[in-house]
Design a protein around this ligand. Structure first.
Ligand code: CDP
Ligand code: MG
Length: 658
């Protein structure tokens, strides 16, 4: 019978994973220790198996949270593990990521992003709904992973340690198990942080991988990747190819060039299937990367660094490593406030080693590094923890809401005072904190929405400016996972024609609103909508995504008694006023040479060529974000009356300490 065959197949697969041999030891150690560090090679089975072992052996009788830095990892791992358990997703095994959740009362293993776990702490500060928390991919040291680790240390003291005793509670009434899992070998730091916690090592299966370097540096990594792929495809024996790229845009571009070239191959060349994997990939496409290609067909997977350690794709024999990834970095300004920007930068040595390792999981492999050996040798060993190089505003506000002050928290790495101050200033400016650093009612309301503090501030401002309906549409599009208009320069022209139709002189935000309005009015027939989106060069996915997000934000508004139907009609002034409320620290003023200068900082900014305002000179602008290539560009830009900057700004000085 097909079904029982499938389950036996899965059982066999589970038993053959390298981790299966260590099952008893792992279960034993976790049952005897409060905190356990598990190190193991990627693909050995840590993430999928350890939660199941803990449930199956009854070491954990309650619920287990497994945190992931990326949403696509959380959703796809949950899908895999519920399949292994033979249960529908959302029953025994579920997931929770921002704007999407599949879990129920029956859920005992929940994969969730570290950000969602922090959010759950706002209503459950001691995470009492969980008996165990597994912090996965800890080596990535994302801001939120660090916040989770720090919070767990505090929670452990209360739930397992002396504080529980003092409060008259029996220790062990509802103790917490913590498991920290990491792919690289810097376990010592995690172990030290948790008072010399026990460290377990899981051996993986790793075959030798031959590494090739380029002899000269590559200026165009997409072109180099394309050429290398076809060399492998035409000259090398069967085996799938995994190409590491920085982001979705590169992935989509390379995807289309590979398809174009594949169509021109001589007759008789083997076929190619291309699969993509990146953070915002919709759930329905995720499982496709795991499906083996038919006999004689070569699968080519285009992935971001999500395939480095979070997700193991079987069948890979060749890895092409562009040596690049995207990283959020703080660009500091000579004076005043800097800004966060998403940059494409060189990877670290440990990433390069992980990427190469993906080729050797099932047999001898080959890794083509599109950079020189000298560049490899110069790479830093591992990247700096995100907490040391990113904006802390939203994190700070969340901690405030669970009654913790950043000053009092024991972090693995402490952010410096400058970063800390600038975030406090932002919160003060947004009205989330008062001058004594106390949380205001507004601050509490802001934190309740799953949005960055600035966006929450816009949302709350829309209540008094009476345009919540419009602001929800705009914020939803700003939070959607793909951009509304195509971002590649080739399609930009088509997009700019569309923008002319929907465009508004004030800039991108109202233009987006107009597109969303037109989409809303277009009816509910999905085929019609699809055709409409294609004809208008707008991303249907962005609009569908945004509609989902808007629905969730509307629900949240209803829960807290905000009337989301209030509309400003055709009047755009209130909308711009609301936007300015949240984005004013991201404002800039026009200079005579046509560039802009931050109003609260000294960075020189240009308007991104994809923006509706790209060819205009507006005296004052606000923007959603900065991207830096050789220059710094503002994306998501609206022109605002210059007077807003004067009228809305409050003197920004350091908040007083109490
Ligand atoms: O966490 P770790 O890197 O140690 O391994 P894992 O993620 O638990 O993966 C164990 C195995 O499950 C690998 O062979 C994966 O290819 C497989 N897997 C899968 O087939 N489908 C998924 N959606 C996730 C994992
Ligand atoms: Mg894993």
């Amino acid at each position: 019978m097909a079904i029982s065959n499938k389950t036996t197949g899965i059982r066999q697969q589970r038993e053959q994973l390298p981790i299966a041999q260590g099952k008893d030891a792992i279960v034993r150690e976790i049952s005897t220790n409060d905190v356990t560090i598990v190190l193991g090679e990627t693909g050995s089975g840590k993430t999928t198996q350890i939660p199941q072992y803990l449930i199956e052996s009854n070491v954990i009788n309650g619920r287990i949270a497994v945190t992931q830095p990326r949403r696509v990892a959380a959703t796809s791992l949950a899908a895999r593990v519920s399949q292994e358990q033979g249960k529908p997703l959302g029953s025994l095994v579920g997931y929770s990521v921002r704007f999407d959740e599949k879990s129920s009362h029956a859920t005992r293993i929940k994969y969730l992003t570290d950000g969602m776990l922090l959010r759950e702490m706002m209503s459950d500060p001691l995470l009492e709904r969980y008996s165990a928390v597994i912090v996965d991919e800890a080596h990535e040291r994302t801001l939120r992973t660090d916040l989770v680790l720090a919070s767990l240390k505090t929670i452990l003291k209360t739930r397992n340690g002396d504080i529980a005793k003092k409060a008259g509670k029996q220790v062990g009434e509802n103790p917490l198990k913590v498991v920290v899992m990491s792919a690289t070998l810097d376990a010592e730091k995690f172990s030290l942080f948790f008072d010399n916690a026990k460290t377990l090592y899981v051996k993986g299966r790793q075959h030798p991988v031959t590494i090739y370097y380029t002899t000269t540096g590559q200026t165009d990594y997409l072109d180099a990747a394309l050429r290398t792929f076809f060399q492998i495809h035409l000259d090398q024996p069967p085996g799938d190819v995994l190409i590491f790229l920085p982001g979705q845009e590169d992935i989509e571009n390379l995807n289309s060039s590979i398809r174009t070239h594949a169509a021109r191959l001589p007759i008789g060349s083997p076929d190619i299937v291309v699969r993509t994997l990146y953070a915002s990939l919709p759930n329905e496409y995720q499982s496709k990367v795991f499906t083996p290609a038919p006999q004689g067909v070569r699968k080519c997977i285009l992935a971001t660094n999500i395939a480095e350690t979070s997700i193991t794709i079987p069948g890979v024999k060749y890895v092409i490593d562009t040596g690049k990834h995207k990283e959020k970095r703080h660009i500091s300004a000579a004076k005043g406030r800097g800004a966060d920007a998403l940059l494409t930068v060189d990877i670290t040595k440990s990433s390069a080693v992980q990427r190469a390792g993906r080729a050797g999981r099932e047999g001898r492999g080959f890794c083509y590094r599109l950079y020189t050996e000298e560049s490899f040798n110069k790479m830093p060993l591992s990247s700096e923890p995100e907490i040391l190089r990113t904006d802390l505003t939203t994190a700070l506000l969340q901690l405030k809401c669970v009654g913790q002050d950043m000053e009092d928290i024991d972090f693995m790495d402490r952010p410096d005072d400058v970063a800390f101050h600038s975030s406090l200033q932002t919160l003060l400016f947004l009205g989330a904190l008062d001058r004594h650093r106390g949380l205001t009612e507004l601050g509490r309301q802001m934190a309740a929405f799953p949005l960055d503090s600035e966006y929450s501030a816009i949302m709350l401002a829309s209540i008094s400016f009476r345009c919540t309906s419009e602001i929800l549409a705009i914020l939803s599009l700003m939070s959607a996972s793909s951009p509304l208009f195509p971002d590649s320069s080739t399609e930009r022209e088509a997009a700019s024609e569309v923008r002319a139709k929907f465009g508004h002189a004030s800039g991108d935000h109202i233009t987006w609103l107009n597109v969303m309005r037109a989409y809303d009015e277009y009816g509910t027939h999905s085929a019609d909508r699809r055709a409409w989106c294609r004809a208008n060069f707008v991303s249907e996915r962005a609009l569908r995504d945004a509609s989902d997000i808007r629905r969730q934000l509307q629900d949240m508004c209803e829960k807290v008694g905000i009337d989301w139907q209030v509309s400003a009609g055709q009047d755009v002034a209130p909308i711009l006023q609301s936007l300015a409320k949240g984005l004013l620290l991201r404002s800039a003023l026009l200079r005579p040479d046509g560039t802009y200068k931050q109003s609260f900082g000294s960075l020189e900014i240009r308007i991104h060529p994809g923006s509706a305002l790209a060819d205009r000179r507006s005296p004052a602008i606000v923007y959603n974000e900065l991207v830096t290539t050789t220059r710094t560009y503002a994306r998501g830009v609206s022109a605002i009356p210059k007077a807003y900057i004067a009228s809305l700004s409050i003197p920004i000085d350091a908040p007083q300490t109490t």
